[in-house]
Design a protein around this ligand. Sequence first.
Ligand code: ADP
Length: 399
Amino acid sequence: MKILVINCGSSSLKYQLYNMDEKTGVVLAKGLVERIGMEGSNLQHTPEGKDKFVFEQPLADHSEAIKLVMDKLIDPECGVISDLSQINGVGHRIVHGGKYFSDSCIVTEEVKDAIKKCFDLAPLHNPANLMGIEACEKLMPGVPQITVFDTAFHHSMPQKAFMYALPYEYYEKDDIRKYGFHGTSHKYVSMRAIDMLGGKKESKIITCHLGNGSSVAAVKDGKGIDTSMGLTPLEGLFMGTRCGDIDLAVVFYLMKKEKLPAHAIDQIMNKESGVYGISGVSSDFRDIETAANEGNERAKLALDMFHYKVAKYIGEYFIALGGADAIVFTAGLGENSKTSRAAICEQLKCLGVEIDEEKNSKRGEEIDISSPNSKIRVFVIPTNEELMIAQDTKELLDK
Ligand code: ADP
């Protein structure tokens, strides 16, 4: 069974074509279209086992971008299939499913309407995601389209976890509540962690997705019961450029003090804050680690603040879960930075967490980095959101 996974951003499109005959999937080709609707649009297409092909040509919209991808997938030189009819289904990553979706589903008119209803909640992402679906429907009539939502995994949160203590009417009228994001990643790594725990039926896992965007989730018996991101991906941990949790009164204070309009503060909190805002160096953790090693005090502060904040969230979810069997580190920083993992785990000693320095130095593989005495297992698990989308798509098609 061949499944195409598509992730449409506002001006970009990422894809992977999988052969899903086996559960772990085999990537046949993958690629990226950049600058859709802008000058310099291009496709970077990599068939399995071959070098990258780059095609530069004007692409007015996502429909033209997907058409180009399809042409290259069946191209005699760089293609990997002979005919588009060999694709059994397409899995689309959708950022916001709002209150409507607790699981992946097959696209219908109702599903598209609900994705539209979430436009206000994710104005940059959901319209692009929907464009991807509509373009595929046009180009591959009759091929089932499946949607996989970033928010769906967190749908199992109990009401006490997802409510904000605002007047109740805003929850009823405007759907203002915590939704959470990175759900596909939290789902994938928590499933892998359950496997690594020997397929334990009852499990308590804390998953830390630490990348450009970062979030922590509490997962009980395979279901999300709390997470750090909220109505939008701004809440929770601070990140590359996002400020995360702050006293909301800062907004009104800044408006008055600096005479700033709301949209300027939105820009500050989403694009100019986080480790970038603190360090003044970069939003990229690698640059911050380098600067900190060279003695830059603000870079050191940014890292100290970040590790402290992650450790505090882990403590919070330890309470929410009533203990923990495993803590998982994933995404760019979580998978690659042994110093960040060590600094976070150092603060978890009071929970009985102990890691093995040598195991913590390994990279790029699923590994248990805890020492035999540790009361909680600590896993590094490379995330694979595309594979999770392909697996969900296959599962729905099989049904
Ligand atoms: P995204 O949220 O864009 O998917 P990623 O999960 O790819 O992000 O994570 C990107 C972040 O991971 C960047 O801040 C990058 O600096 C960090 N990162 C990647 N590799 C390393 C490394 N070896 N050491 C420290 N940080 C790293």
